[in-house]
Write a protein that binds this ligand. Structure first.
Ligand code: AMP
Length: 399
């Protein structure tokens, strides 16, 4: 039997005169009602454009933030509709409800080739509950369903799972590309395969570390999570962020890596300061010399050189998580150095996670990465080898 295959837009047949419900991931960061990063909108736009070009009429839906089943004005999708309209170069009619008679009426009367955007799905508590009635209401709006929301594929929510079971359904191009690229990393990456992990909390990434140790040749660890690795081995790391209740798991991950001959590369030096702050004046210390009253807030220059050396000879690179508190200028050099090394690499490069993507865009390097993964949690769960419910419903056995 052929392996299971992801259904794609081709499987939906002729789209002319069809209404397609598209589950997109338009969960963009907002500040005072302004979109600060529109990557998720631009990344899904080619799918929408392709469907429109094929003659479809679109009803688009997405979540935004965590309104927890309530209407939250700051999380309405109006700014998203405005930006989507600019990107598509055509009007996007934004509705103020998710389901109900008004929505039914608006969609029924939508003109051919138009784009209608529903209100934030998570304003309705039935979305996250995967409520069958809510799934049916959404499904009743369209003839076909396309899921392009890779970032939500690890959620068993109504718009991700329930609707896919009620309409002829397929993955959009962004979803398709995410699955192809991440499957390549999970299956047959070009070697050496080097993963770079960073960020604040080691607890969030232990599952990923354990899974990656089975697949990679080297694992480079920066960010605050590196301090749990150092402290678990008895290194005094001053006031740096550590999670002592995870030290046993950290040591176990290290033993597993050793047993498989996987090199775990930790920082040799760090930038430390008494406090984080935009006007902090950090100093470089070897990791064994961090003063008791100071916090390590970025990797140091020797570490950037060492990590860059490993990165330069990699066949495949996966990066997720910043190397330090890069939002603050005094602590951005480590993340910048790693971003540059990844961008320079001749290997196949994949970057995921909101902070790493924001860093790449800030440094003007996003265009030099082979694949920007829009799904933070979803990409990591996929790489761990877990079945994502939103993808499982789009698979069919090959013939
Ligand atoms: P996470 O959400 O776990 O991926 O962590 C991302 C956050 O980690 C970013 O906001 C960084 O500012 C923060 N971060 C990275 N390195 C450090 C560090 N050494 N100390 C404190 N925070 C850090």
């Amino acid at each position: 039997m052929a392996p299971a295959r992801l259904r794609t837009i081709e499987d939906l047949g002729d789209l002319a005169t069809k209404t397609v419900l598209v589950r997109a991931d338009l969960n963009v960061p907002l500040e005072d009602g302004r979109i600060t990063d529109d990557l998720r909108i631009t990344a899904t736009a080619p799918t929408l454009q392709e469907l429109l070009d094929a003659g479809a009429t679109l009803v688009v839906c997405s979540h935004l933030g965590r309104p927890n089943g309530k209407r939250v004005d700051a999380l309405r999708l109006d700014p998203v509709a405005a930006r989507l309209s600019e990107v598509l170069g055509q009007p996007v009619r934004k509705l103020d409800e998710v389901t109900g008679t008004e929505v039914q009426r608006a969609v029924m009367s939508a003109s051919a080739g138009s784009v209608t955007l529903l209100e934030n799905l998570r304003f309705d508590p039935r979305e996250e509950a995967n409520d069958p009635e809510f799934s049916s209401d959404l499904a009743s709006l369209a003839d076909l369903y396309v899921d392009d929301a890779f970032g939500a594929a690890h959620r068993t929510h109504a718009s991700v799972v329930g609707v896919a079971l009620r309409l002829p359904s397929a993955a959009g191009r962004l979803m398709q590309r995410e699955v192809e690229v991440l499957s390549r990393l999970r299956g047959a990456p070009d070697l050496p395969f080097v993963a770079i992990l960073g960020g604040a909390k080691v607890s969030d990434k232990l599952g990923t570390i354990t899974a990656l140790v089975e697949r990679v040749d080297a694992l480079l660890i920066g960010g605050a999570m590196a301090f749990s690795f150092l402290a678990a081995e008895g290194v005094a790391v001053g006031r740096s962020l550590v999670e002592p209740d995870r030290f046993d798991e950290v040591r176990a991950a290290r033993r597993a890596a050793n047993a498989r001959g996987v090199r775990i590369q930790l920082p040799e030096d760090v930038l430390a300061a008494p406090e984080p702050g935009a006007d902090a004046r950090p100093n470089v210390f070897g990791v064994e010399e961090i003063p008791a009253g100071q916090m390590g807030l970025d990797i140091g220059p020797a570490t950037v050189r060492a990590f860059a050396g490993t990165i330069s000879s990699a066949g495949t690179i996966l990066w997720n998580g910043p190397m330090g508190m890069f939002e603050l200028e005094p602590f951005e050099a480590g993340t910048r150095g790693i971003a540059e090394a990844v961008a320079r690499s001749p290997g196949f490069t994949v970057v995921g996670g909101g902070d790493s993507l924001a860093a790449l865009r800030r440094f003007g390097l996003a265009g030099r990465i082979d694949h920007l993964s829009t799904g933070g949690g979803a990409s990591l769960e996929f790489l761990e080898g877990r079945e994502l419910p939103g993808i499982a419903v789009l698979m069919e056995e090959g013939t």
